[in-house]
Design a protein around this ligand. Structure first.
Ligand code: BG6
Ligand code: MG
Length: 221
């Protein structure tokens, strides 16, 4: 029996990818190269410093000191924080509130499992800071997805075993993390990228919520 659902934040509950994109693009432009939306796809679910490494490789920028890299990541984050300060409950993605209500009415616990160090301010902007039983974010974990640490910490907080958890993810690295953690997972997005998930839907509002409850007894074909 499924006892808990763990939600990735960026791309599942709210679309912050566009803010990450404009902030990273601003940094790329400042460093003298272009950064496209296609390039940005590679950053989804990836930690801040790993994202910077990908961005620098797009611009063929090598030999930066660690201090310089931290300075650039910090600069990008300041811009990003400015952009996300505009978030309101109207930015919550369709289906998110409905599934949280559904899970609550079925006594299923909920968690956020996000790589972001900004998760708390995003949730505050959305007025969802009290909507989950626990929040595991980038400030609490050392290992980035695809390591399962973020989701296992969520299961630990909720006192449930990994096999009783369902993860909701929009990034390939997140699906991999759920699988490595021994959890069921629902991909939100395209089956091309998220094919390893137990179920893939284009968005939360397209999901048949009842399936979530019995996902532990469904074997992937
Ligand atoms: C993930 C995003 O949720 O958080 C990534 O999908 C982002 O794009 C990562 O790089 C880290 O976020 P932050 O807010 O700590 O820079
Ligand atoms: Mg995500």
């Amino acid at each position: 029996m499924i006892k808990a659902c763990i939600f990735d934040l960026d791309g599942v509950i709210v679309d912050t990818a566009r803010f990450h994109y404009i902030a990273w693009k601003r940094l790329a432009n400042m460093l003298g190269f272009e950064f496209t939306e296609h390039d940005n796809e590679r950053l989804k679910g990836v930690s801040r410093m790993d994202s910077l490494e990908i961005l620098l490789s797009v611009g063929n920028i090598t030999n930066l000191t660690h201090e310089k890299k931290l300075e650039y990541a910090d600069m990008k984050n300041k811009w990003y924080v400015e952009y996300i300060s505009t978030l309101t409950p109207a930015d919550i993605l369709p289906g998110a509130i409905e599934i949280l209500e559904f899970l609550k009415s079925h006594n299923i616990k909920t968690a956020i499992g996000s790589a972001s160090k900004n998760a708390m301010s995003i949730l505050q902007g959305l007025k969802l800071e009290h909507a989950f039983d626990t929040i595991v974010d980038g400030t609490r974990i050392a290992k980035a997805k695809p390591d399962p640490q973020v989701f296992l910490t969520g299961a630990y907080d909720l006192k449930v075993s990994p096999g009783q958890c369902v993860v909701f993810e929009d990034a390939e690295a997140g699906i991999e993390a759920a699988i490595r953690g021994g959890m069921k997972c629902i991909g939100i997005g395209s089956p091309v990228q998220l094919g390893k998930a137990d179920i893939v839907v284009p968005s939360l509002d397209k999901l048949n919520f009842d399936i979530v409850l019995s996902l532990d007894s469904i074997t992937k074909q």
